[in-house]
Design a protein around this ligand. Structure first.
Ligand SMILES: [Zn+2]
Length: 414
């Protein structure tokens, strides 16, 4: 059955399911406990090991360091010319863009949206298996779809002054052209408890906006980024506290955007502009220092039965050659960018993979690129005891799981 019909069928059964006592998927965890698996995925757009590692060495990301120490980490292989909607759709379907329908920010002249998805996504598969699902700010999830829980859209949400939905930052109250929250009854609750938060990170300023006002524009924009992240942190904390779900997928997008035009580059790098690139050389590393605080909030909700995955769709690196001015029209518009991720060879910009939880090995770093963005959905389904559907191209990352002997100590992370 096409997944959209299955979605409809799911809705028809929703009331029936709601009347049943809560049970869901229960199977023994590797340490022998019979508990329902709980998985939190924290997606960080464009998280880049080159920037993370020095901060980890200096002890400036204590929360991430703790998760790495108690779990498995490594690079994550992405695909050619990676960008957020493309890869998040792979995270959810484990099928290539040409099969799942989301080939980029713009698909056949229209901004990527959930109506274009042709492969059944993870949130639908889990919902149909009675796993409760909560999602917030995941790229390309607008308009939201019904799930067995809640969904709050992210990047590519349409709204006031952003009718095309391209990399702007509508407030919850400014959303247009579809629902940003499922169930819609959750909107007044979120407005009351979290506030009228910004759905996504701000669009990057254009070269014209910057000309002659470089310092003011950089600082104003970074302030807006900090405000957005704080709202997201508050939203995540509220959702994890008041709406706990078996599977939770939370995403931040500001890091990638800061990296595009404020990566700490040197005068020998392509596109270096002394006027702009000396204003705030810490702007990009600061995003990761701030990210670590958001991770700290998430860790408050992680116990010994929780699997935590921290993933990025790709990394981001300084430009290596002069780019035509409009090469990044769909992502960066007219911004003078100095770093990018859509390299033709995706292996130039691997993403981040960190996993910690019951049954997962501790303190193991995986070398090379054996783990891929296609493997996320099959691995999550495996944790819930669900067989990945045939169309999924990825594999279950069996190497991250260890024997019960290796993981018996099961330290509680706080
Ligand atoms: Zn980007």
């Amino acid at each position: 059955m096409p997944w959209k019909l299955r979605c409809l069928a799911y809705l028809l059964f929703a009331v029936f399911i709601a009347l049943l006592p809560a049970q869901g998927q229960v199977r023994p965890t590797p340490n022998g406990a019979h508990t329902r698996p709980r998985v939190i995925v924290f997606g960080v757009n464009g998280a880049e090991w080159d920037i993370l590692r020095p901060l980890l060495v200096r002890g400036e990301m204590p929360n991430l360091a703790r998760v790495i120490e108690r779990g498995v980490s490594g690079k994550m292989r992405t695909i050619s010319a990676p960008n957020c909607p493309k890869i998040y759709s792979i995270f959810e379907t484990s099928t290539p863009p040409e099969e799942n329908g989301i080939t980029g920010f713009i698909v056949h002249g229209t901004t990527a949206n959930t109506g274009m998805l042709r492969s059944e996504p993870l949130w639908s598969l889990l919902s149909n298996s009675r796993v409760t699902v909560g999602m917030a700010n995941v790229p390309a999830t607008f308009p939201v779809k019904p799930v067995n829980g809640y969904m709050i859209s992210g990047m590519l949400t349409r709204g006031k002054n952003c009718e095309d939905g391209l990399l702007c930052s509508p407030k919850l109250s400014e959303v247009q052209g579809g629902d940003a929250v499922y169930p819609p009854t959750m909107v007044p609750e979120l407005e009351a408890k979290v506030g009228d938060f910004l759905i996504d990170c701000a669009r990057m300023p254009s070269a014209k906006d910057l000309l002659g006002h470089e310092v003011a524009v950089v600082y104003e924009w970074l302030e807006r980024v900090s405000a957005t992240r704080e709202q997201q942190r508050k939203l995540f904390d509220y959702l994890l506290t008041d709406h706990p779900t078996d599977f939770t997928f939370l995403v931040q997008s500001c890091e990638d955007r800061v990296g595009h035009w404020l990566y700490p580059i040197q005068p020998y790098n392509v596109g270096y502009d002394r006027k702009l690139n000396t204003i705030q050389v810490n702007a990009f590393p600061d995003q990761y220092r701030a990210l670590d605080k958001v991770l700290g909030t998430i860790l408050k909700h992680v116990n010994e039965n929780t699997t935590l995955l921290i993933i990025s769709d790709h990394g981001i690196k300084p430009l290596r050659e002069k780019e035509p001015h409009d090469a990044h029209r769909d992502h960066a518009g007219t911004t003078p960018i100095i770093a990018k991720h859509d390299f033709e060879d995706g292996d130039d910009v691997p993403g981040v993979f960190v996993a910690m939880g019951p049954g997962i090995k501790k303190g193991v770093r995986i070398m090379g690129l054996p783990m891929s963005v296609f493997d996320i959905a099959p691995t999550i389904l495996y944790i819930y005891g669900i067989t990945p559907p045939e169309q999924m191209k990825g594999r279950i990352l069996t190497e991250i799981f260890g024997s019960s002997d290796e993981t018996a100590s099961g330290t509680l992370v706080r």
